[in-house]
Design a protein around this ligand. Structure first.
Ligand SMILES: Cc1cc2nc3c(=O)[nH]c(=O)nc-3n(C[C@H](O)[C@H](O)[C@H](O)COP(=O)(O)O)c2cc1C
Length: 341
């Protein structure tokens, strides 16, 4: 890659110099050392490892089989479709806690790109314990997965996670990322995460959903709720990133629905620093990174720009406030108005 192109993709993020804004999101593609090495070879800037759960949630490392289904893969609307839903039930890292510490240290020995450990627990002591062990094992940062679609419904943001974020930030010296769930208050939770000392927020995880087989009349696969995501999720995550980027000082790592370079560019235009991807790796393979990186480079070349900084937040700054939206302004009519009259 030319020096000019390397400079174009270069991204500063929570104190690290990433060679690309693309990060492997926590999950199936960041579950072993080989995958971390592939991620580095294929041009990712960093990897967030599969989430490890505290001992209390040990059952989460045993996965049902099969654990995924691609829904609507072959459905067509208007003759073609690029839509699908990845429906899955894969909870925590499948090894033991000791395996996870070794996974981090061997990954660090074999790859140069930053490695972010990822943790899930409930009480602050367990969060702190996991985060400290992640730091001691050599990870460059830790992401708190307070947003899994499989997390117990009894754990709320205010009641459980605020204390967890504060405790972990105090306990470790590596940067702490907070990964939030999509929903009605992503902006408010992002602001709280920033106030608690998070180095960045990851917006967002997937939603919890369910699908039913009408022949057997029971929920599909493992028979319960599942994580759902796909290309369609980007539109509400674009919104979450835009709203948070307008208020936060800390950087945002965007996540959700990226299939192409255009999707990644849109996240950056709305204010994201980095872009985490997973589903597209699972359906299209590791070469996705090269495709997205080269798509970003072609775009910057075409626009005559030398850096992602030149576009970061640009669409956000063009956002029209609701009271400034240009509306139909014809002659006032009596009675209810139909704009299609
Ligand atoms: C099969 C699967 C497993 C996942 N496991 C985790 C996980 O362990 N921890 C986590 O924080 N997010 C997990 N995620 C969420 C992803 O990291 C990512 O945020 C989400 O899938 C949205 O990005 P995408 O649309 O590019 O897949 C998982 C997603 C999938 C599809």
């Amino acid at each position: 890659m030319s020096t000019k192109d390397a400079a174009r993709l270069h991204t500063s993020f929570i104190g690290f110099d990433l060679k690309s804004p693309l990060i492997v999101a926590s999950g199936t593609a960041s579950h072993d050392v080989k995958q971390v090495q592939i991620a580095e070879e294929k041009g990712f800037g960093a990897v967030v490892l599969k989430t490890v759960c505290s001992e209390k949630y040990d059952h989460m490392r045993y996965w049902p089989r099969p654990r995924y289904k691609l829904l609507d893969w072959d459905k067509q609307i208007g003759g073609r479709s690029k839509q699908f839903t990845l429906y899955s039930y894969e909870q925590g890292y499948s090894g033991t806690l000791d395996d996870y510490w070794e996974f981090i240290s061997v990954s660090k020995a074999k790859a140069k790109i930053p490695i972010v450990g990822s943790a899930f627990a409930d009480v602050p002591e367990d969060w702190v314990d996991l985060a400290r062990r992640i730091e001691q094992s050599g990870a460059d940062a830790v992401e708190l997965d307070i947003s899994s679609p499989h997390r117990p419904g009894s754990l709320g943001f205010q009641e459980t996670f605020v204390a967890a974020i504060k405790s972990v930030v105090e306990a470790v010296s590596i940067p702490v990322l907070v990964k939030l769930a999509p929903g009605s208050d992503v902006l408010g939770e992002s602001i709280v995460a920033e106030q608690c000392g998070a180095a960045a927020v990851t917006l967002c995880n997937r939603l919890r959903g369910i699908d039913v087989d009408i022949e057997s009349q029971r929920p599909i696969l493992h028979g319960s709720y599942a994580g759902v995501g796909g290309p369609w999720t980007k539109y509400y995550n674009f919104r979450h990133v835009a709203e948070a980027a307008g208020s936060l000082k800390i950087p945002i790592s965007a996540s959700g629905g990226v299939m192409t370079a255009e999707d990644a560019i849109k996240y950056v235009l709305l204010g994201a620093n980095t872009v985490q991807i997973l589903s597209v790796i699972m359906v299209n393979g590791w070469d996705t990174a090269a495709q997205i990186n080269s798509g970003i480079l072609s775009y910057l070349e075409r626009k005559g720009l030398n850096s992602l900084e030149d576009i970061r937040g640009k669409a956000l700054r063009q956002l029209t406030p609701p009271d400034k939206i240009v509306r139909w302004s014809g002659e006032p009519k009596k009675g209810p108005r139909n704009d299609w009259d």
